[in-house]
Design a protein around this ligand. Structure first.
Ligand code: NAD
Length: 313
């Protein structure tokens, strides 16, 4: 017997990822897409990936690949995909008008118990959910690609979202093996992209100001900071790099403020700096679909290795 039904709207990259995560924990998943061929393509792709994961010993959960696949069904009817679901996860393209349309359709079929959740990367909950009858049950659950190997999910409430919906969704994300974080209120870029953009901005300035090459900037992260950040956040790094947090601030607080006061303005991401970064990146991986796909495979293999390492922690 399944644990309950999950509806997924949009069966692209992210919809497929969610379907696999929910099925791995024993939920029944109904996958809907406006294009029926996307759903059949998604099912074929999921079946193959589950078999590959099983062969590699990386399948999540305690069910076999066949059992997990058996929990996922394609659905050509929006209402049928959502009716009776505990949680509906929207995964359509990043377009506000489209998302609003989907959520008004969802509002019409939702009961008072369903969680209505969006995978949006950048659109604020108040833009998508305001005015809906079930606004109290609406939430953004923003995954990171590829969700099967990168467990973070950012949960962002609408100002009217009930705390119980935040709590329920956080528990559900933990249950399916993800690592949820909760924002107490909406903020542009949520948390991951705000932190990511701060890193990108300073990386760009170091290149623009002629301090370093693009390759070396990337190495600062991949061979330095990123090594620690795979296991712990910047705050815990501080705590361990001195005799605790307060000792770190005593030692380095003024230095941090001095250095931070030299940070330049927001880069415009154009001109000679863009040419320089583009040349550096394309010399390793040309911007062609084939080369990018191959490099993404390389990345995913490393993420797989890291996931294996972290499952032992
Ligand atoms: P995608 O283009 O791979 O998939 C979108 C799917 O939605 C397609 O299958 C499309 O046919 C379907 N669709 C379009 N209109 C529809 C409609 N009216 N009803 C039902 N289905 C419809 O996109 P994606 O990369 O999976 O992104 C989906 C969402 O997830 C976006 O909001 C995106 O910002 C977010 N997200 C993406 C990533 C990422 O790295 N790709 C990461 C986190 C969040």
């Amino acid at each position: 017997a399944s644990k309950g039904k999950i509806g997924i709207i949009g069966s692209g990259l992210i919809g497929r990822g969610w379907a696999m995560l929910f099925a791995a924990s024993g939920y029944e998943v109904c996958l809907y897409d406006i294009l029926p061929e996307q759903v059949s393509g998604a099912l074929d792709n999921i079946k193959m990936r589950l078999q590959d994961l099983q062969k590699a010993g990386l399948l999540r959960g305690s069910l076999t690949a066949d059992e997990q696949f058996g929990l996922i069904s394609g659905c050509s009817d929006f209402n049928a995909a959502c009716q009776g679901a505990l949680h509906v996860q929207e995964c359509v393209p990043e377009d506000l008008e489209l998302k609003k349309k989907i959520f008004s359709q969802l509002d019409a079929v939702a009961d008072d118990n369903m969680v209505l959740s969006s995978s949006t990367s950048c659109i604020l909950p108040s833009k998508i959910f305001s005015g809906l009858k079930h606004v109290k049950q609406c939430i953004v659950a923003h995954p990171v690609n590829p969700p099967y190997y990168v467990p973070l999910v950012e949960l962002i409430p609408h100002p009217e979202t009930e705390q119980s919906i935040m709590d329920r969704t956080r528990a559900l994300m933990k249950e399916i093996g993800q690592s949820p974080v909760s924002l107490k209120k909406e903020v542009d870029g949520f948390a991951l992209n705000r932190i990511q953009y701060a890193i990108i901005a300073e990386s760009w300035r170091l290149i623009q100001d002629g301090v370093m090459s693009p390759e070396d900037v990337d190495t600062v992260m991949s061979a330095g900071l990123g090594r620690r950040y795979a296991f712990m956040g910047p705050l815990e790094v501080m705590h361990l790099n001195a005799e605790g947090m307060k000792s770190y601030i005593e030692r380095y607080g003024e230095t941090m403020q001095r250095v931070l006061s030299t940070f330049g303005p927001i880069p415009d991401f154009s001109g000679p700096a863009l040419e320089q970064v583009d040349t550096a990146m394309t010399s390793r991986t040309p911007s062609t679909p084939e080369a990018l796909t191959e490099r993404r495979r390389w990345r995913d293999a490393r993420l797989t290795g890291l996931a294996r390492l972290q499952s032992d922690m």
